[in-house]
Write a protein that binds this ligand. Structure first.
Ligand SMILES: Cc1cc2nc3c(=O)[nH]c(=O)nc-3n(C[C@H](O)[C@H](O)[C@H](O)COP(=O)(O)OP(=O)(O)OC[C@H]3O[C@@H](n4cnc5c(N)ncnc54)[C@H](O)[C@@H]3O)c2cc1C
Length: 546
């Protein structure tokens, strides 16, 4: 049955960190808003990704909201890198503390959003039959929220159990005594493989592309670290907001090629011992100069060879055909050492591809591997997949999916020409997945909230980027990406994990601090690059209407 819902101005899609903060900011402005969320709870990524070993790879103290002093003071992280259950508790705590759930409709998937040129309003359609009119629509749908299972022949006839890391059963899975196959060796696989190996009778890891991974050295947060954070929090938060990635790395200022090899290795060793993503920031040119990058890559390859005892297995685990960091650098706990276990077999499916899933397991071009359970750690249709799975129609019925068929186009990664009043939080063309995403989320939400306040103040009802501004931004995003090593990898940043997806580098690599400045300048210049419109006199639908 179709139900028309009334009574608010902004429809928000998604109740992850982005949607929750968006709702909170709009409440503060007195703008009626409501979230529609496909899941039965808040937390987004941390609601869905419950696989063993799931945890953040940005340190918990930094991977958290900064908008509320009280929230910061009352929440205490237990580990350097919090595990999924703790991050999900945090999301729930935020939702309760700010009384957000009363404006969230759960278990409701938004299936379409249509813009009406004559009224300047969106109508959002859900799988529950709701038709929701709203002046503004905020897509807080996440960059990594559409899980991708490869289309293997025979998938349906597999007799065992199948799981995707991005859709893990809430009651958990005990693999004790089972033969398990994990397909994929990206970040989720690298986190889960050591734990699954500890339970399974035998684990087969099917690897197409080896990844670079650095140790987490995770553990309980020491009182000294917590005290330091509490004392200097404001300064740390400020630094993160204006930094390149939203992460408090100590960025090396020298070229890796300007220091003697022993000194360079000492710098890498220090960062390897510290653990975490800071490894990739050891020198100024690791991301832009292949020769400099090779020194970091070679250091990690030597580490892998030092950890993995079997020479042939170590050789298979060495990433060789893309620069370090151009696919997401992984952060692990005991990943490489897991391949020293008797019950773990690494299968190279680059040289012996998977041909089909059989009732009993996985058949490659040379062998069949019998398993009781299959885990797909095959990632996501990143950045555009979720938005394109919603039937979004802008001016004159134009489909977003069609507009983005050759790659995403947007202005600042926030709005799209031809789709007025539709905002994308951490959309393609913004730093998003190359940053600490909570810092990026807060920046986008604040920008959008300020924009809506501006529109209200000036009694305007519509905002839309010009095609020229969008073209210039897309060109800039590409130009910056091309000045780095990123486009050299077949990564999900490039859409390379999805057959048929255009190869376009999607996130903005120019740096979060620089990007923030650009967004602020655009706003300070009266929303430069946007067309703002007032309502027709007889139909004032501005956001402060009674
Ligand atoms: C395993 C994993 C680990 C990660 N670790 C880190 C990390 O350490 N640091 C970091 O910065 N980032 C990390 N990320 C990225 C992470 O996605 C972001 O940090 C952040 O959680 C994104 O929040 P979000 O609200 O933008 O999106 P999400 O958390 O993805 O939430 C989007 C929500 O929208 C809902 N939704 C989508 N489409 C619809 C629809 N059509 N209708 C209704 N609801 C819909 C989804 O159900 C979901 O709940 C990680 C991602 C994964 C998958």
């Amino acid at each position: 049955m179709v139900k028309t819902v009334c009574g608010f101005d902004v429809a928000i899609v998604g109740a992850g960190f982005a949607g929750l903060y968006m709702l909170h900011r709009l409440r503060g402005l007195g703008i009626p808003a409501r979230i529609y969320e496909a899941g039965s709870g808040v937390g987004g990524t941390w609601f869905w990704n419950r696989y063993p070993g799931a945890r953040c790879d940005v340190q918990s103290l930094e991977y958290s909201y900064s908008f509320s002093d009280e929230l910061e003071q009352e929440w205490h992280w237990t580990e350097r890198y919090a595990a999924q259950p703790e991050i999900l508790r945090y999301a729930n705590h935020v939702a309760e503390r700010f009384d957000l759930t009363r404006d969230i409709q759960f278990e409701t998937r938004v299936t379409g959003a249509i813009f009406d040129d004559t009224t300047d309003r969106w109508t959002i359609r859900t799988d529950r039959g709701d038709l929701i009119p709203a002046t503004f629509c905020v897509m807080a749908t996440g960059c990594l929220s559409t899980a991708k299972v490869p289309d293997f022949k025979g998938l349906e006839i597999f007799r065992g159990c199948r799981y995707h890391t991005g859709h893990w059963p809430h009651k958990g899975v005990d693999f004790t005594g089972q033969r398990v196959g994990v397909i994929g060796t990206g970040s989720s696989a690298i986190q889960s493989i050591p734990i699954i190996a500890g339970q399974a009778s035998h684990l087969f890891v099917f690897q197409r592309t080896p990844n670079f991974s650095v140790p987490a050295h995770n553990g309980p947060l020491s009182p000294a670290v917590t005290r330091d954070w509490e004392m200097n929090r404001n300064e740390y938060r400020h630094r993160a907001r204006t930094s390149r990635t939203g992460i408090l790395h100590e960025w090396g200022t020298e070229s890796a090629l300007d220091v003697p090899p022993e000194e360079r290795d000492r710098a890498y060793e220090l960062r390897w011992q510290r653990g975490g993503l800071g490894f990739g920031a050891a020198f100024s040119d690791i991301g832009v100069n292949k020769e400099a990058n090779d020194t970091a890559a070679e250091f990690v390859r030597a580490k892998i060879c030092g950890i993995v005892r079997d020479r042939a297995v170590a050789e298979m685990l060495l990433p060789k055909d893309y620069p370090l960091g151009t696919k997401r650098l992984c952060v692990d706990t005991g990943y490489y050492a897991t391949f020293n276990r008797e019950n773990v077999t690494l299968v190279d499916v680059r040289s012996t591809p998977i041909e089909e899933i059989t009732p009993a397991g996985v058949r490659t071009s040379t062998a069949e591997y019998a398993v009781d359970s299959l885990v797909f750690a095959t990632g996501f249709d990143a950045m555009t997949g979720t938005l394109c799975s919603i039937d979004i129609r802008g001016r004159a019925g134009a489909a977003l999916k069609q507009k983005w068929s050759q790659g995403p186009r947007s202005y600042l990664g926030i709005m799209v020409a031809g789709f007025p009043n539709l905002f994308t939080i951490t959309g393609p063309g913004s730093p998003s997945v190359l940053s600490n995403m909570i810092v990026s989320i807060e920046q986008h939400v604040d920008w959008i909230a300020d924009c809506l306040a501006f529109l209200r103040q000036h009694r305007l009802t519509a905002i839309e980027p010009t095609v020229d501004a969008e073209n210039a931004w897309v060109a800039h995003v590409n130009e910056v990406a091309d000045s780095t090593l990123y486009p050299r990898a077949n990564s999900w940043y490039m859409g390379a994990n999805i057959p048929g997806k255009p190869r376009v580098f999607m996130p903005y690599v120019g740096g979060l601090g620089v990007y923030r400045q650009k967004c602020d300048e655009v706003a300070a210049n009266g929303y430069e690059g946007f067309t703002l419109s007032a309502p027709a006199p007889e139909a004032d639908r501005s956001v402060d209407r009674p």
